[in-house]
Design a protein around this ligand. Sequence first.
Ligand code: GLY
Length: 430
Amino acid sequence: MLLGCASVHVLVVGSGAREHALLLALRRDPEVEALSVAPGNAGTAAVADQYEVDVTSGEAVTALARRIGADLVVIGPEVPLVLGVADAVRAAGIACFGPSKDASRIEGSKAFAKDVMTAAGVRTAVSEIVDNPAHLDAALDRFGPPAGQAAWVVKDDGLAAGKGVVVTTDRDAARAHAASLLDAGHPVLLESFLDGPEVSLFCVVDGETVVPLLPAQDFKRVGDGDTGPNTGGMGAYTPLPWLPADVTRRIVDEIVKPVAAELVRRGSAFSGLLYAGLAITSNGPAVVEFNCRFGDPETQAVLALLESPLGQLLRAAAIGELAGQPPLQWRDGAAVTVVVAAENYPGRPRVGDVIHGAADGDTVLHAGTARRDDGALVSAGGRVLSVVGTGADLVAAREAAYATLAAIRLPGSHFRHDIGQAAAEGRIAL
Ligand code: GLY
């Protein structure tokens, strides 16, 4: 569908595999004539013109968008959004896909998100903010796990790239994490544990208009079998064969739409990607968290199946015309993404190792990668690559992803072997 701007120049802001996936999907849109990325990585350089920019500066991003003649700016990560970069771009008269600073508090402040959810009547974990170390022990006692079946959930109230959360049945570990956050001056959010399989549902939102993408599941723990510390995400798959379509509809109708409406009511209308992280409990879906941007690594799997033109969808949301968009079209089958992480991730990762076998194309997406002066591809971050496999079903998509991964060599690197495995074997039931 034409949107009155048949040759769009899109600037994507960010440097992860999520942004690489966005660029690849945008490139498939016939109305996208030019692609730029800032700052990008060694892989995105093959897809888009690449520019250095301070992504946290609204002034710098706006100046770059003006200089290169971008018609649409798509902001990937949460930090620039929470800092108001989208507001600056829009104020300069350039269409921007990404929520305002005000609306981004849905991710930037867990206390704000809880307040919105309570007002919208949305099911979520019971929670309490602790900002005084003297109150910590009593609060931990109130949130103690009953009869060994649940856990303490201790979160940083601000942004923490997925690594600020500790879920544990060990009170000492819960206390130590909370105390370290308080020592660093960060308020702590204690939550009740939501039991049940997790779902990430991304919705393109423009005010009260909500367009869901395919539901996905990501894998937050570093090790096989959900062991080890939390990470930014080690892999994902979509769609979810165990999730009935009516549950996805309930998530949209009972959770995302009421939250979008509540944000409009507060004068903080959301325009961009609203990411609902949910647990499907025995009492139905409940919110674990909201994020104000595409998730990483779920985006790498979800966009691999999108047939509709992504540039037109994002631009429609950015200019307030989402309600007029045709229904989204998806490829049949499944997609799986597996993250290749550097040695020691999610701790301080080892960087600068040469990567072999990461062929260019749509199946090996780059995150923490760079080109050395001699042209060699080297690791430059914790999550280095996202390998994507697609196939007729989850079994075939897993085989494709792990076959591509087998050709990649990065000293000291690690990945999970079980992304999508339980679902492929029919071991997830509601
Ligand atoms: N997949 C987790 C995140 O994007 O925050």
